[in-house]
Design a protein around this ligand. Structure first.
Ligand code: ACM
Length: 263
């Protein structure tokens, strides 16, 4: 069995030090193999100008050294959303940090709303990587859920668990993810933030209800709309390797791509 966790909290806009402290404190009781944190959870979300974004280069940033230490101390893989600086470009990214110090970065493919003013569209594409114990995980970020191709690609690549750091502002994702997990027969962990974040004339309310779903789309745990919480469930990730839905049907092998229009 494999322990998977979701952390829901309220980052403070523009205060990476505070947010890192919160993460450390909220994860102090963590006993897990894999924990997922929200999108942009070091920087906050509602920007008016790109110079407000305290972005990290994961190869050189001290914040990432601290996160690697945390992953090692807790003996848990950590997936979190962060603002990434690469040269003069900013990306809305997520990182998989493993207890052995290995790191993988995914850059958000489908930017949402005003993110397009500040971030470059992701250029990594979707990929699968190994978390603690060799479990294959895929990453997608928030609005990527709206495009079924995101999770389908990850499942075709062999993801057993889809890690989904989010800052959700619309009401549909949590329910829609049941279908994404069911149609792909993969576990999913959506880590959403809570609270209202205001910056000048801009303001967003985030919907909480972070959740861990089973490979049949069942809710294993769903958190409240407004409280900071860490939750853990036990799963068998190998169930996601079996795509059969009847002795005659397999949700991946039965596909008929020659009849689909995908572009
Ligand atoms: C979103 O993609 N943050 C809604």
């Amino acid at each position: 069995m494999y322990r998977v966790s979701v952390l829901q909290f309220e980052p403070k806009l523009g205060d990476v030090t505070f947010n890192l402290g919160q993460i450390r404190q909220l994860l102090s009781t963590l006993e897990s193999d894999l924990v997922v944190l929200p999108e942009l959870c070091l920087s906050g979300y509602v920007f008016n100008h790109s110079n407000e974004i305290e972005a990290q280069d994961p190869e050189t940033s001290e914040v990432f050294s601290d996160l690697k230490t945390l992953s090692r101390e807790k003996d848990s893989s950590i997936v979190l959303g962060f603002a990434e600086r690469s040269g003069d470009k900013l990306f809305n990214s997520s990182a998989l940090i493993n207890p052995d110090g290995s790191l993988k970065v995914y850059r958000k493919t489908h930017l949402f709303y005003r993110e397009k003013l500040f971030f470059n569209p992701g250029d990594t594409g979707f990929f699968v990587a190994e978390a603690k114990g060799g479990i294959k995980i895929g990453m997608m970020i928030c609005f990527d859920w709206q495009f079924p191709e995101s999770m389908r690609t990850l499942s075709l690549l062999g993801a057993q668990i889809v890690c989904h750091p989010s800052n959700l502002v619309m009401p549909w994702c949590q329910e829609a993810m049941k279908t994404r997990s069911l149609e792909n027969r993969v576990f999913s962990i959506t880590a959403n933030r809570i609270g209202t974040e205001a910056n000048g004339a801009q303001s967003e309310y985030f919907t909480g209800q972070s959740q861990i779903l089973g490979h049949k789309g069942e809710i294993l745990i769903r958190l409240a709309t407004d409280s900071e919480e860490l939750a853990t469930v036990l799963i068998n990730p190998n169930l996601a390797l079996d795509k059969s839905v009847s002795p005659f049907n397999d949700v991946l092998a039965d596909r008929r791509p020659e009849f689909y229009k995908l572009s």
